[in-house]
Design a protein around this ligand. Structure first.
Ligand code: NAD
Ligand code: UD1
Length: 332
């Protein structure tokens, strides 16, 4: 059985569906701080299977201990955490507590119950001040600025230490670039209420919840002056998790710890994204150029050769498909 922490969130819910479709038995825990209990029903509806869900904060050692005691958990996909860079500057303690302490509690219990495999959601933001592109896994990590990114660096170190100290423990760290899009059913997707990321903002605009899209800067040192990112469709990203699990299972005897970037390997500017939506919708979108956001980098994208080579993983979705699936989250 696979335990999904944060399994009702954006990425966790997509992973839950994919694991169920691949015949895995799963159990979800979530404290619903950034998700809705209905998502559980949607996961069951899409996958046509019953799923065990337990409301639990990953820092609640007692409750988590009971969950490990009562279920035959073999692997953990660890999605639970706080994820907003800007929010983390306002509430650093929450980010250290949920992300770092939460992971430490989880690891402690994995060791107690001899649960051997963990796949962890890390982020490209940990490379933050590195200027040479594309970003690859060998870049030496420095202490990043945001408490969010700091928490990810510390967790990666914690995971490495645990894997060194406990031979049976197998750790896969996946560094996500910009996951976007949604399941084509439109029943699961990113919670746009609390998000200020580009794609949820475009969806809010299309839902008439905001009068225009703000574009933060058009004078970056990029091919068209707009910020460039590596947007990856959520289904490609989740396939990377399945491949990582397969890789661990295949190399079970020798595997201990490794890190892979998951991105599309392509940089796309904000204007190119807006244009892609305009083309799909056959209408102009209203946007206003605003000053750059604090800490925003001009451009970055992933070197994904390691994941391609070692995991046999290859992202497939085109930008057109990404836009099409993102539109499934429109309210109508
Ligand atoms: P999300 O907020 O949609 O999902 C996280 C889930 O964890 C939510 O359902 C939330 O309720 C739950 N949660 C939060 N704190 C919890 C706690 N203390 N105990 C139990 N559950 C808790 O976020 P997401 O986009 O699905 O991201 C999942 C993971 O991937 C996070 O660790 C995030 O940092 C990482 N990540 C996300 C992105 C992205 O752009 N979405 C990029 C890089 C890394
Ligand atoms: C950041 C993190 C990344 C994390 C992601 C999701 C860094 C370096 N990256 O990505 O690790 O996975 O958040 O939490 O910190 N933009 C607009 N208007 C908007 C919103 C965004 O123009 O309303 C622009 C931004 O300036 C940027 C691009 O769109 O150029 C993408 O921004 P966003 O979706 O917020 O993600 P990042 O900041 O790249």
């Amino acid at each position: 059985m696979i335990l999904l922490t944060g399994g009702c969130g954006y990425l966790g819910s997509h992973c839950a569906v994919e694991l169920l479709n691949n015949g895995y038995e799963i159990i979800i825990i979530d404290n619903f701080s950034n998700s809705d209990k209905n998502i559980h029903k949607h996961i069951e509806y899409i996958a046509k299977k019953k799923v065990k869900l337990i409301e639990c904060d990953i820092r609640d050692r007692k409750k988590l201990d009971d969950i490990f005691f009562n279920n035959k958990i073999e692997s953990v996909f660890h999605f639970a955490g706080l994820k907003s860079i800007s929010d983390s500057f306002n509430k650093p303690k929450d980010y250290y507590s949920v992300n770092i302490i939460g992971t430490a509690v989880l690891l402690e219990l994995m060791v107690k119950y001899c649960v051997s495999k963990i796949i962890f959601s890390s982020s490209a933001t940990i490379y933050s001040d590195y200027s040479k592109l594309p970003w690859h896994e060998k870049i030496e990590l420095k202490i990043p600025e945001s408490p969010y990114a700091q928490s990810k660096v510390i967790i990666e170190k914690l995971l490495k230490n645990f894997s060194l100290n406990h031979n049976f423990l197998k750790v896969a760290i996946l560094r996500y670039f910009n996951p976007v899009g949604a399941h084509h059913s439109g029943l699961i997707g990113e919670n746009s209420t609390n998000s200020t990321n580009l794609f949820p903002e475009i969806i809010k605009y299309l839902n008439n919840e905001i009068p225009h899209i703000n574009i933060y800067g058009n004078n970056f040192d990029t091919h068209d002056g707009y910020g460039v990112r590596d947007y990856i469709h959520v289904s490609d990203l989740i396939n990377g998790h399945i491949e990582a699990l397969n890789f661990i299972l295949k190399h079970n005897k020798t595997y201990n710890y490794d890190v892979w970037n998951l991105g599309s390997g392509k940089g796309r500017s904000v204007l190119e994204i807006i244009n892609a939506f305009e083309k799909k919708l056959n209408r102009k979108l209203k946007y206003v150029i605003k000053p750059r956001r604090k800490g925003d980098l001009g451009q970055y994208w992933a070197d994904i050769n390691k994941a391609k080579r070692e995991l046999g993983w290859d992202p497939k979705k085109t930008l057109n498909e990404i836009v099409e699936d993102s539109l499934m989250n429109l309210k109508e």
